[in-house]
Design a protein around this ligand. Sequence first.
Ligand code: ZN
Length: 522
Amino acid sequence: MSPLRLSGLSLALACAHVPPAPTVPPVAAPPVAAPAALAPPPENPGRLPSLVRAPPATLAPLPSPVPPGTVASALVATPADPVLAAILKAARTDGEAYKRLGALCQGYSRRFAGTQTLVDAAGWAKSVWERDGLTVTLEPVNVRHWVRGAESLTMTTPAQRSLAVIGLGGTVPGSVTGDVVVIHSFDQLGPQVKGKIVLYDVPMAPGVPSITHYGETVPYRTQGAANAAKFGAIATLTRSVTQRSLYTLHTGAMHYDEPVAGGPPVVKIPSAAVTVEDSEWIAAQVAAGTKVTLTLNLASQELPPTPSFNVIADIPGSDPSAGIVLIGAHLDSWDVGQGANDDGAGVAHVMEAMHAIAGEVKATGEAPKRTIRAVLFANEEFGLDGGNAYGKDHGAELHRAAMETDLGAGVPLLWDAKGTEAQMTWLKATLAPLGMPIGDGGGGADISPLEPKGVLVTGLRPDDSHYFDYHHTNADTFDKIDADALAEGAAATAGWAWLVATSADPGPAPVPPPPPGPGGAK
Ligand SMILES: [Zn+2]
């Protein structure tokens, strides 16, 4: 029922039941009943029954499982400890996370591996943290340098039209024309794809947590070209990995197989993504028996690795032998958009956490026992160069625990952690004042090189119901950020760092897990 219809009904009912008062001047407007009073009065059953419809017994599921702004933060409102409360309050209210993310997005968009922009962003982060009074170092990292060129996708059969396309990161260049074979799962690959363009039309399942469904679908992006090339395909197109689309193109990394000594030669074929809309449309044509012919042109280049930087800031602990607790995010983004959610939000969480903690340390004169170290990693998206360099250069230092935030700017809901049973028990007790649940099996890509050292790793899990709408697209921009939700994530990050760095019980010392046995259990 439309609102307009409702107001008409409202007026009609009011006029029918309110007798005219002789004292009211004729020019006065009649009272209008509130919408809540619209149902026919029970003493008059049958009056206008056809105009009042009962709601359906079951409502169809909403297309968007969790609209933005409707999920509550799981972070404690006001913890009992006054220092922790002051740190959370600063992160929630001083606006620095949002301001810093705005400066990063608008000043340093497309912070892709190998670009000068990524180097400049590292210099910016260093200068901002130095204004917070932190000691900051830029550590050189050589990063992969792949450059996108001109790209086009043209349909010649059954219609002549140009389609939106984006090369996947790492694709070889190429210019190919071929008929389309649609594949819905890897086990459908076979001789029928020889000489053809494979379209992987594999939808990302709806629902939250979205990260789970991303993990199910993303192999078609990362491994699709390598797998189809084994059967003689000439190129691959992948349906953009997202749950919702407004004709949005999603890029991301793809990998070719490494050549094996004595094995067959590795054939590298061009690989790109199309929109959900075009993927479904092409798949429907092919399913109806219509031949679809496309021409794909990609002009990318692989250049020599280029110097970039990890940005490292420390709040020194009062006991230099007590070790380090690390909070991190990756500074780089894809070569589209502003990387506002991925991972500008994480950068803002970490920068603000250090700002809030440094302010409190200055105000109280009380340093944490263990050093709090923040790292903005140089290249997560395209080869994990920053995380690997940090693990190589700093892995021998005593890290008590590490945390990464790389799942966007939604309100914080839980932690995912990975460690021994003793480490998990300790973490649950240590983080209890924050009120957020702790799940198993987390961490983050950039801190994964610390796992073989036995370091307890944690990942921040915010509400990710809309994270993949923008992920790796030109739409991942600052206007998508909710300032309050971002500030909650910064407060959670600060709370994690403060509690882990100051707990009276330092927790179990990291013990490297045993290497996998011969043949490898996994
Ligand atoms: Zn990321």
